[in-house]
Design a protein around this ligand. Structure first.
Ligand SMILES: NC(=O)c1ccc[n+]([C@@H]2O[C@H](COP(=O)([O-])OP(=O)(O)OC[C@H]3O[C@@H](n4cnc5c(N)ncnc54)[C@H](OP(=O)(O)O)[C@@H]3O)[C@@H](O)[C@H]2O)c1
Length: 274
């Protein structure tokens, strides 16, 4: 296992799911962590846990990344506290599974603000000091939705396509600087994501789902190994590779198959929509 000594990782969306697991995986390897999300109590419990289990330093930053000013305010607070970020993990995000025209614009705007705008601005603010030091890592969490158009997830999947393309292009631009960027595109992972999207995994989804811990362990190992892009899990990776042979016109069907066919509306939500 590669160790991370004398480094600090900022992880957004560290209060649950994949972000929490990535923060634990980085701390296990010796990195200090700055834990970012809105739910303060959860972040403080996690900070206590990593301090006790791994002896690393851990800070909590309560931030609502859907606010336009949030990334700049966060970076100003880090500077005031003299915290240098060596690894940036842009993981915070959520999905909406509903027809585009049936989803209130405020929800779609908030999703784009968190999943796209805050991720891009944090990268813009935190990468230049890494380049100046000649070392650093950025991990941006996309989704298999980044690989194809997905009816029912039109805005979410398109936002993730942005994350994947942005990150891969950034990594190419950073060539020779000592800083690397990696796009992680998970398939189904067991977290609170589905709850927030008001969905429940069905039997197909259950079969294809991996744990947040497994996803985090693969992601961190591949980031440290210098990969530019990654689909965790063999079946998902194979599926995304095979997509290149599917004509563009038929990709919406495969988009539905990959994401829409793995989960169904949660009963409470289904009732509230009738
Ligand atoms: N689970 C999956 O199947 C799956 C598959 C592919 C990609 N992903 C991606 O993986 C990432 C993590 O999702 P997850 O599955 O771990 O879901 P999750 O358990 O719901 O975690 C989402 C995290 O994002 C944070 N977050 C949401 N809105 C925020 C806001 N306005 N400001 C700050 N933080 C915010 C949440 O923290 P607070 O609520 O405390 O703010 C939470 O820590 C997301 O980008 C998601 O799109 C998930």
């Amino acid at each position: 296992m590669r160790k991370l000594v004398d480094s600090t990782a900022l992880v957004t969306g560290a209060s649950s799911g994949i972000g929490r697991a990535i923060a634990i995986e980085l701390a296990r390897r010796g990195s200090g962590v700055v834990l970012v999300a809105r739910r303060k109590e959860r972040l403080e419990t996690l900070a206590d846990e990593v301090r006790t289990r791994f002896g690393v330093h851990a800070e909590v930053e309560v931030v609502d990344l859907s606010r336009p000013e949030a990334p700049e305010e966060l970076v100003r607070r880090l500077e005031a506290a003299d915290i240098q970020v060596d690894i940036l993990v842009n993981n915070a995000g959520f999905g909406i599974h509903r027809a585009f025209l049936e989803t209130p614009w405020e929800r779609q705007r908030a999703m784009l603000s968190v999943n796209v705008v805050a991720l891009t601005e944090l990268t813009r603010l935190l990468v230049p000091p890494m380049v100046a030091r000649g070392t650093g890592k950025v991990m941006n969490v996309a989704s298999i939705g980044a690989y194809l158009p997905v009816p029912g997830y039109a805005v979410y999947a398109s936002a993730k396509a942005y994350v994947r393309n942005f990150t891969e292009a950034l990594d190419a631009e950073l060539s020779g600087t000592g800083v690397r960027a990696i796009a992680i595109s998970p398939g189904s992972v067991r977290t609170e994501f589905l709850e927030h999207a008001e969905l429940e995994l069905n039997r197909v989804g259950d079969l294809l789902t991996i744990s947040a811990e497994r996803c985090a362990s693969i992601a961190v190992t591949r980031m440290l190994g210098g990969r530019r892009t990654l689909v965790p899990g063999y079946l998902n990776a194979l599926g995304m590779w095979l997509l290149r042979f599917v004509p563009r016109r038929q990709q919406t069907f495969f988009g539905w198959l990959a994401m829409g066919a793995t989960a169904s509306p949660a009963p409470s939500h289904a009732e509230s929509r009738q």
